[in-house]
Design a protein around this ligand. Sequence first.
Ligand SMILES: C[S@@+](CC[C@H](N)C(=O)[O-])C[C@H]1O[C@@H](n2cnc3c(N)ncnc32)[C@H](O)[C@@H]1O
Length: 357
Amino acid sequence: MTPGAVECAPTAERPGRIFTGPVSGRDASCSGRRHGPVRHTTGGHGPEHVPVMLDEVVEAVAPRSGGIYVDCTFGRGGHSRAVLARIGSEGRVLAMDRDPQAVAVARELARCDPRLTAVHARFGTVAEVVDAAGLAGRVDAVLIDLGVSSPQLVQPERGFSFLGDGPLDMRMDPGVGVTAAQWLASASEREIARVLRDFGEERAARRIARAVVAERTRGAPIATTGRLAAVVAGVVRGGGPRTRLHPATRTFQAIRMHVNDEPGDLERGLAAMPEVLAPGGRLVVLSFHSIEDRMVKRFMRGDGTVPVLPRGLPVTHSARPCGPMTPIMPSRRPGANEVATNPRARSAVLRVAERSR
Ligand SMILES: C[S@@+](CC[C@H](N)C(=O)[O-])C[C@H]1O[C@@H](n2cnc3c(N)ncnc32)[C@H](O)[C@@H]1O
């Protein structure tokens, strides 16, 4: 296979057959791949990502022939491909991601499969994206698989991980916003401590913040992942006697969430669901730590995340209070087998709610 080419997933009904949709207008390079071995590639855009709780997510999304689905976090498309395999020739998947590398993979897949539309956007704008596609209020299920993908983590130049040394970037969209290094070079000690405490639940938040500011005061601002990990390790002994966490795990998570405004985007994305989903449509969310899971749980139960609206002011469609969502099953966690083969799944929590009819 040529670098950059994508092999599309076969259908569930007809394993081995690649396309179920209309093929006219497809790129010529897609032809010749209609039959053949099942392969799930990333089209040369970095390593693969193993989709978490794939069977459970598919069961929750409940894809049906002709259905309309939104994957807010395409990543490498593991979940999207499984949905595409079950929606027949008339179904549609609208895939979003804020990472240009992920969107490049989605666009290559879309070249082969016209049922897929790839959009480079953060899911906080899902209402606008769905509206522009003419699908507002018609979506059968929305999937949000939070956090970072394996390809993002293992590329040292993206700056997400302390496992390899690289520039301290951490932006999911490297074209937007300030890097983690820029933020650490300018934020106050108090602000750094707040972020580490609020988003990382880091007990040593103040000591770490003090150490970061001390480094930059002595003319050595922290510019690489290795330096940040070393500074944190100099202050924090470890993740605790009962965990094998690297001492910098919580710090990296917190700074990544802050730099990408992850909680803000999640709040905006959740609030948009009533206008995105069809009545009875499903919201399926995989979250990986307690702050996000709390936001999702509250939203699904109808007791959180809806903004308090100013009295008497005109309210835009997307800012109006949402109609009720109803959780339709207890939260689920991955099984021991999955965690053993994919440690990234270990903290996953799956929640599913339905838009009231
Ligand atoms: C855990 S991965 C998704 C993996 C995907 N389900 C798969 O099977 O390959 C999370 C993806 O969501 C993207 N992402 C995270 N936050 C986002 C946001 N607010 N808006 C859009 N994409 C986001 C990341 O760039 C990353 O590609």
